[in-house]
Design a protein around this ligand. Structure first.
Ligand code: NAP
Ligand code: GDD
Length: 325
């Protein structure tokens, strides 16, 4: 029997890789998108004919409930969110509506329609914030440092609560930063790879960044969606940290990216701009993925260095093709 998966946030970075993975496994893939006046299918253009689309919004309970009832999925991956941390200070209420209460709306739709549906919540290492333990694992207490992080803590606990209250197969994947050539350009890794490519091709001569000392545990998004799927294939629902177990400073990403493009030392190109500093920073994230290794059999394939090179190469190729067109 062909399984059906409903993905919220299918137009995002993770939604695109997850849709590819599920299609390759023979799933019927249904993607929920919000109504827009322009095409938002850029990341899934290559598989758009293989996906069924339904129109809905995490802000709207009625659409969520009728989508779940109509689609009757076996699995739901709730990836939709306002996911950019700085925007969460500018739009804290909206971030709470999408990223926190939106989770309850999807869970309520599942509970009211068919509590047997398996539910994945996209939780985040941002919940650890001002970390109380190094490395961070499933039992590490949360100390979020942004309205986004606070909203994700709510999303995590409401998922746990529905599992415990209603015996639902609801799991929370605590994913550390994961990147790819499909990452939004506002996030630091893609901003760097795009900026390096522009400098390489003579389209720019400097790159303005914020805090170069922040440390993140960066992996490849294509590896991380495998962990999401594995979590929903287990006998017992549980929460998992998904990370590489290695951390690097933003400065390291910058250095390797400039070297990968053959531009040498980054110092003459990079300027620090206070506009990109945050009111409260998450200084250090490093995850302990032991539980995911042991129980899910998951481990990442792409190293940090390969990730940086992949992203720089993709942006150079993209911008070169555009210049040649
Ligand atoms: P992303 O590229 O920003 O994608 C976010 C998706 O959510 C987009 O498809 C967006 O649709 C959709 N969306 C936003 N608000 C919505 C609403 N009100 N109703 C319906 N859809 C809405 O994010 P991502 O990097 O793929 O991350 C996926 C999820 O994992 C997010 O929940 C994020 O917070 C979480 N997460 C990400 C990371 C990471 O490092 N990438 C780590 C931990 C957790 P539009 O195209 O219409 O904007
Ligand atoms: N965006 C951005 N732009 N970040 C910068 C810049 C800049 O110019 N300069 C330095 N940084 C630093 C930020 O201060 C932060 O410490 C780090 O780079 C990473 O920032 P982002 O790439 O914006 O990601 P994030 O860690 O805040 O959040 C991402 O990862 C979370 C998981 O830990 C997002 O994908 C979240 O949705 C996700 O939950």
């Amino acid at each position: 029997m062909k399984k059906t998966a409903l993905i919220t946030g299918i137009t995002g970075q993770d939604g695109s890789y997850l849709a590819e993975l599920l299609l390759a496994q023979g799933y019927r893939v249904v993607g929920m998108t919000r109504r827009t006046s322009t095409d938002v299918h850029e990341r899934i253009q290559h598989i758009v004919d293989d996906i069924e689309f339904v129109s809905g919004d995490l802000l709207d309970q009625t659409s969520m409930t009728s989508i779940v009832a109509d689609v009757m999925p076996d699995e739901i991956y709730n990836l939709a969110a306002q996911s950019f941390v700085p925007t969460s200070w500018q739009q804290p209420v909206l971030t709470g509506e999408f990223t926190a209460l939106g989770v309850t709306r999807v869970l309520e739709a599942v509970r009211a329609t068919n509590p047997k549906i398996r539910f994945y919540q996209a939780s985040s290492s941002e919940m650890f914030g001002k970390v109380t333990e190094v490395p961070q694992r499933e039992s590490t207490p949360f100390y979020p440092r942004s309205p986004y992080g606070v909203a994700k803590v709510y999303g995590h606990w409401i998922t746990v609560n529905y599992r415990e209250s209603y015996d639902m197969f609801a799991v929370s994947g605590i994913l550390f930063n994961h990147e790819s050539p499909r990452r939004g350009k506002e996030f630091v890794t893609r901003k760097i790879s795009d900026g390096v490519a522009r400098i390489k091709l003579g389209l720019a001569n400097r790159l303005a960044l914020g805090n170069l000392d922040a440390q993140r545990d960066w992996g490849f998004a294509g590896d991380y969606v495998r962990a999401m799927w594995l979590m929903l294939q287990q006998d017992v629902p549980d929460d998992y940290v998904v990370a590489t177990g290695r951390t690097h400073r933003v400065r390291d990403f910058v250095r390797i990216a400039f070297e990968a493009a053959g531009l040498g030392s980054f110092e003459k190109y990079v300027v620090q701009d206070p506009r990109f500093m945050r009111p409260a920073e998450v200084d250090l994230l490093i995850g302990d993925p032991t539980k995911a290794h042991e129980q899910l059999g998951w481990k990442p394939d792409v190293s940090f260095e390969q990730l940086v090179e992949m992203m720089v190469r993709a942006d150079i190729d993209r911008l070169s093709a555009r210049a040649g067109a």
